[in-house]
Design a protein around this ligand. Sequence first.
Ligand code: 6GU
Length: 254
Amino acid sequence: MRIDILTIFPEFFSVLDVSLLGKARQSGLIDVLVHNLRDHTHDRHNTVDDTPYGGGAGMVMKPEPWGEALDAILAETTGTAGAPAADAEAEDAGPLLIFPSPAGDLFTQKMARELAAEPHLVFGCGRYEGIDQRVFDHFASRGRVRLVSLGDYVLNGGEVAVMAMIEAVGRLIPGMVGNPESLVEESHEDGLLEYPSYTKPSSWRGLDVPPVLLSGNHGAIASWRHEQQIERTRRVRPDLLPPANAEPAEGVRG
Ligand code: 6GU
């Protein structure tokens, strides 16, 4: 998979060199290219933002540097400055452009799986009050654009959000995780939160590991873990359960 990142803070992404993703980069499984948006400005101060039309607080990112930077990536990867050529391979939809935004679709494990199947992702990290809307509209007319949010809170810019998305997507790429089973037994992979885990010693500070886990009865262990998943999900994230399984509201019970 190829990943391009456009940002005014390329240093943010130096952490991609360490840990799991660093190894994936070294092995060639993921090719991450970080670009400085300011390289696509042409004034003395490398201006990337300006005041909003219509007034209001904060600054808006100007469309021209985004246009030039995205044109360059699209030209390099499609050879046609992004416009799909008439004789282009039918299945090559071009890169998927992703803009982190609190106004976007919620990023979920399902979306991570969809993104992990893409050959080429381009992340555009906005700062300030956002990016001129015409950047999204223009590139949506030439290809696929998605606004994606991590959740209902506000970050100062897209950089940390992109890091989270790359980590969630990167570990789903075949060959990335040592033990593929560790992928399926996790929170959200089966729509439930994960069961609690224990290791040695069997007793620690007066707290004992649940005896069923020491029983050697694999059927009983699987049932217990599934019950724990349902109980925990009902308690912490009832919104993840189908309505019939959700805990009845206080006072409505029995
Ligand atoms: Cl993806 N970006 C920003 N700037 N803030 C956010 C977010 C993304 N998701 C939640 N808050």
